[in-house]
Write a protein that binds this ligand. Structure first.
Ligand SMILES: NC(=O)c1ccc[n+]([C@@H]2O[C@H](COP(=O)([O-])OP(=O)(O)OC[C@H]3O[C@@H](n4cnc5c(N)ncnc54)[C@H](O)[C@@H]3O)[C@@H](O)[C@H]2O)c1
Ligand SMILES: [Zn+2]
Length: 402
C-alpha cells in the first residue's frame, strides 16, 4: 500500500486575458538573453508569433531565434530538426508558443540541448538526469495542459505510436496562459482540444486511488493516482467544460467562454499530470500514432465507452461528473445518474461537431485488434485504470466505439 502522493506544477503560472504582452518582461526579469521560440505557420498567420516578438523586443531581450516548423502531433524527425537548430543557436530559454504540439517540442528541445543525445534517449519516465534549460509555455489552445505538465509527446512514425517523455524536470519554468490567444482557434481545434481537457479531468478523477497504486512508496512514479488536490482541480475543470465548451466552439469570440475553457485546460493539466491519465489515453496512442485522428479527437471518440466500462468501479464519481457537466440528476438513482454522464459526453460531441464513431474517421475494423494489443502494452497508463482490462476487454471497448 502507498501512503503518499505529490503535487507538482509549473514554476510560475501567469494567467489572464492579454498577458502575452508580458512575455518580454517575464524573460527580461530572469535575465535570459538568448530566446529560442518554437511555433508554427498557423500561429504566424494568426499574428501571435509577431505579438510575442514585439513583446520580447520591447524589453530589449538579447537575441531571438524562431523555429516555425512546428506541426500537429510532432514527429521525432521534426523534433530532431528543431534540436539541431537550437544547438546551433545556444539558447538560455525556450519559449513554446502554440498548442500542445509546440509546447511539447519546446520541452524536448530543452531536454536534448541541456543533456545531449536525441529524444529517443529520454522516452518513458525518469530518464532525464537533471534540470533542463527553462521553458516558457504559452498555450494557444485550451486543451492539453502541457503548460503545467511534466510530459512531452512525440509521434514515432516507425512504430506508429505516440511516445511520451515524462520527468519532473519537464515542467515549464513559466506557464503564461492568455485566453485571448485561443480566439483564433478554428472550431474543430477548439472542440477537440477541449475534449482532451475533459478527458484529462475525468481520467484524473476516476483513476486508481493513490493508496492502491501497485508500487512501493519509495519509488518515484510518473503519476501518483487519484488524490484530494488533483480532485479539486478536476472537479472545477469538468464544471468549466460543461459550462463553456459548446459556446467556445459556436461563438469563437465569446470572451467568457474562452476564459472558461483556458482555465479548464490548465486545471485539468494540473489534475492529470499528478493523478494520471489512463485507458482513454492508452487506447488513443496507437490510433493517433497511425494518423487517423488528432489526440483530442481520438480521446473524444473513446471517452464515453471507457467511462461506461469503468462505471461499475466508479459509479458515485461518474454520477457526480454528470451533475458537474450540467445534467439535472435530482431524483435519479446513482447508477442512472452515472449513465447520464456518458450520454452528456456524447451530446457534447454532437454539439461541437466531433465525429461519434471510429468508423466515421476511416479507422478500418481490421485494425482494432492491433490497437488493442498495443494499448494493453502501455502499462504506465493501464495500471491507473480503475477497472483492469485484458487485450480482449480493450478490443470490446474499441468495438463499441467503432
Ligand atoms: N504534454 C502534455 O501534457 C500533453 C497532454 C495532452 C496532449 N498532448 C499532445 O499535444 C498535442 C495536441 O495539442 P493540441 O490539441 O493543443 O493541438 P495542436 O498543438 O496539435 O494544434 C492543432 C492545430 O491547431 C493550430 N492552432 C493551435 N492554436 C491555434 C490558434 N490559437 N489559432 C489558430 N490555429 C491554432 C496549430 O497550428 C495546429 O495546426 C498532441 O501531440 C498530444 O499528444 C500533450
Ligand atoms: Zn490528453
Amino acid at each position: 500500500m502507498r501512503d503518499l502522493w505529490n503535487f507538482y506544477s509549473a514554476g510560475r503560472l501567469l494567467w489572464g486575458w492579454g498577458t502575452m504582452a508580458r512575455a518580454g518582461a517575464v524573460v527580461a526579469e530572469r535575465g535570459w538573453k538568448g530566446v529560442f521560440v518554437v511555433t508554427d505557420s498557423r500561429l504566424i498567420s494568426a499574428g501571435h508569433a509577431e505579438k510575442l516578438q514585439h513583446s520580447l523586443a520591447s524589453q530589449n531581450v538579447g537575441s531571438v531565434e524562431v523555429f516555425s516548423d512546428g506541426e500537429p502531433e510532432p514527429s521525432i524527425e521534426t523534433a530532431l530538426r528543431a534540436i539541431n537548430r537550437a544547438r546551433e543557436f545556444g539558447p538560455d530559454v525556450i519559449i513554446g508558443l502554440g498548442g500542445g504540439s509546440n509546447l511539447d517540442l519546446a520541452k524536448i528541445i530543452a531536454c536534448c540541448v541541456t543533456h545531449g543525445g536525441n529524444p529517443r534517449d529520454y522516452f518513458g519516465f525518469g530518464m532525464i538526469p537533471g534540470p533542463v534549460i527553462p521553458v516558457v509555455a504559452i498555450p494557444t489552445t485550451a486543451g492539453t495542459g502541457s503548460e503545467v505538465s511534466h510530459a512531452a509527446v512525440l509521434t514515432d512514425n516507425d512504430h506508429q505510436l505516440k511516445v511520451s517523455t515524462l520527468s519532473p524536470f519537464l515542467r515549464p519554468a513559466v506557464a503564461l496562459v492568455d485566453p485571448e490567444l485561443t480566439v483564433s482557434c478554428p472550431p474543430n481545434v477548439t472542440a477537440e482540444s477541449g475534449m482532451d481537457a475533459l478527458t484529462h479531468a475525468i481520467e484524473a478523477y476516476t483513476n486508481t486511488y493513490f493508496q492502491d497504486m501497485p508500487v512501493p512508496p519509495e519509488m518515484d512514479m510518473p503519476y501518483d493516482g487519484k488524490n484530494p488536490v488533483a480532485d479539486l482541480f478536476a472537479e472545477k475543470a469538468i464544471r468549466l467544460v460543461g459550462e463553456h465548451l459548446v459556446k467556445a466552439v459556436t461563438e469563437p469570440a465569446n470572451r467568457s467562454a474562452r476564459e472558461g475553457m483556458s482555465l479548464a485546460a490548465t486545471l485539468a493539466g494540473l489534475a492529470f499530470s499528478n493523478a494520471g491519465v489512463a485507458m482513454v489515453h492508452a487506447l488513443e496512442y496507437p490510433i493517433g500514432g497511425a494518423h487517423y485522428c488528432s489526440h483530442g479527437q481520438g480521446n473524444a471518440l473513446l471517452l464515453p465507452y471507457v467511462m461506461e466500462y469503468n462505471l461499475p468501479k466508479r459509479t458515485a464519481e461518474t454520477a457526480r461528473i454528470a451533475a458537474w457537466l450540467g445534467v439535472d440528476t435530482s431524483g435519479m438513482d446513482t447508477e442512472f445518474a452515472a449513465l447520464s454522464a456518458v450520454t452528456r459526453v456524447q451530446e457534447l460531441k454532437k454539439l461541437t461537431g466531433i465525429p461519434m464513431k471510429l468508423s466515421d474517421i476511416g479507422v478500418p475494423g481490421e485494425a482494432l485488434e492491433d490497437f488493442a494489443r498495443k494499448s494493453a502494452g502501455i502499462e504506465r497508463l493501464m495500471q491507473l485504470s480503475p477497472r483492469k482490462a485484458t487485450a480482449d476487454d480493450l478490443l470490446g471497448i474499441l468495438t463499441s466505439a467503432f
